[in-house]
Ligand binder design. Sequence first.
Ligand code: AMP
Length: 546
Amino acid sequence: MLGRMMDYPLTLRHILERSNRLFPRKEVVSRVGDGEAPMRATYGEIYPRVHRLAGALRALGVAPGDRVASLAWNHQRHLELYLAVPCMGAVLHTVNFRLFPDQIVYIVNHAEDKVLFVDPSVLPVLEPVADRLTTVEHIVIMGERPSGADRLFGWPTHEYEELLAAAPTEYPFPNLAEDTAAAVCYTSGTTGNPKGVLYSHRALTLHSLVEAMSDVLALSERDVVMPVVPMFHANSWGLPYTSTMVGATQVLPGPAPTPEALVRLIESERVTLAAGVPTVWIGILAVLQEGGGDISSLTRIMCGGSAAPRSLIETYERQFGVPIWHAWGMTEMSPLGTVAHLKSQLQDLPEEERFRYRATQGLPSALVDIKAIDDQGDDVPWDGQTLGELVVRGPWVTAGYYQEPATSECFTPDGWFRTGDVVTIDPEGYLQLADRTKDLVKSGGEWISSVDLENALMAHPKVAEAAVIAVSHPKWDERPLACVVRRREAGDVSKDELIEFLTPNFARWALPDDVVFLEEIPKTSVGKFDKKILRDRFRDYVSPAG
Ligand code: AMP
C-alpha cells in the first residue's frame, strides 16, 4: 500500500523562498578588505537580486542543465550565484582557483562551463589559462571591469552589477524535479585528474536539514555563521544553504582573509559559529595568544577537513571556553558525514576520556550509514580496535563521478562508496580515522597511523604544526618521518625532546626515526597538510637509524 502524502519535491527553491518570506531583515555581511566597511544586505534585498541574476544568465544564453562557473571568495554575490543558478535549473560549478593551472583548465573544460563569474582579485589566475578554456562564452567580473574593457581574454566581459541592473526584477523560476543537478564540485584528488561530484537539489536540501539538527551543527535563526571554509570547497560544507534555510545571519570573510581579519570579524559581528580546517584554527590561536582578541561570542567552532588535534580542542576549551566540534566529511558526501558530540551517557566520564571522544571523528549524522571493511570486503567489528576501510551510503553520497564509470575502486559490489579512509569504529559508533590509505606508514608489516603521531606531536607546547610521512627503508619497507614546525614564541625544541615526549604513548617501533624541522608545512589548495609535496621532498631521505 502506498502512503498518501503530497509529492513535494525537495529543491533549493524552497530555501530561497523561505529566507525571503520569513527572514527578510536578517543580514548577509561580506568582508570586502582590510580597513573597509563590510558589504551588508538582507535576505529581503538579496531575493530580488537572485531573480535578476537568473534573468541575466538567461539573457547570456544559459539554459537549464548548462554549467556556470564561479572563481570567487566567500561573499554575498557568490551566495547569490549559489541560489540563482540551481533555482533556474542550471548547475553551479564552484572552481577551486588555487588548483594548478592545468587542473583548472581540465575541470572547466570537463564541466563545459559556459559562463565564468570571477572576482577581480582572481583574474591573474585566469589570465594564463584563458586561451585553453574551450567552452566559455562570457565572463562576468564580480566587481569592476579592469579599465572598463568590454572584452577580456577574447570573451565578452560584463560587470556583475551592470548585468543585474539591466535584468527584470522577476524571473519565472521553473518547478524542478528534486533529482535535478544543482551544483558540481571537483575533488582536489592527489592522483590522476580531479573528479566531479554532481549534487542534486534533493541531496543538498536533505543535507541542509540534517546539518541544522542539534546533534550535528545545531544551527538556528539565532546564529551568526561564519564559514571560513571556501565556497569552492564542498559547498563551504553546506553552510550557505543551511544558514539561508534557517535564516541565520551569515558573515562571509571575503578575499584572502588573514587570521587577524577573521578574529576582527568574529569580534565585530559577534559570530556564534565559525567553521574551518584545523590550520585556520591553529593560525587564529597564534593571534589570540600573541595579541589577544575576543572570541567570546562563539558558542562552538566547527573544525574538520583533516584531523583536529586533540590538543587544539583542549586549548580552545580551556583557554577560551569555546568547544570545538570535530567533523568528518568529503566532497563526495556534500560533505557531511560525522560529528563528535558526547552522548549523554558519556558525559560523566573523566575529563580525559571525554576529550578522547571529542577528538574522534564522531558519530554518523542521521541518514548516513557507515561501516568499515577489510581487504576481502567483509565488515570489521565495531570494537574500536580493528582497522578497516570506511564505506558509506546515504542520500547525499555520490553515486558516481560526473561522466566517469562507477568503478569497483570507488564502490563496493553492493553499492557503498569507498572513502579511502582507514578507520576504527567503537561499540558506541564513534568513528576514529587512522589515516588515508595512502598516508599510512607500513613498517615491518605493521601499520603506523600518521594521524596519531601528528596529534601527539602537536600536543607538545613548543610545536605549532606536525606532519608525519612514510619514507622508504631497506629493512622495514617504510618508516615514519616527522616534519615539525616550531612554535615561534616558545623557544627551541630538539628531536630527542620530541621523541621522549612521544615515548609513553607509542610502541617503540611506531616512533619516528627522525624529526626534521621546517619553516612551514606545505598546504593543499584547501588548507590541509600537503603530504604529497613532503613525500616528494623527502623521496631520497635516508633514515639515520639505518
Ligand atoms: P575533501 O573532499 O577535500 O574535503 O577531503 C576529504 C578527506 O579529508 C576525507 O576522506 C579524509 O581523509 C579527510 N578528512 C576530512 N575530515 C577529516 C577529519 N575530521 N579528520 C581526519 N581527516 C578528515
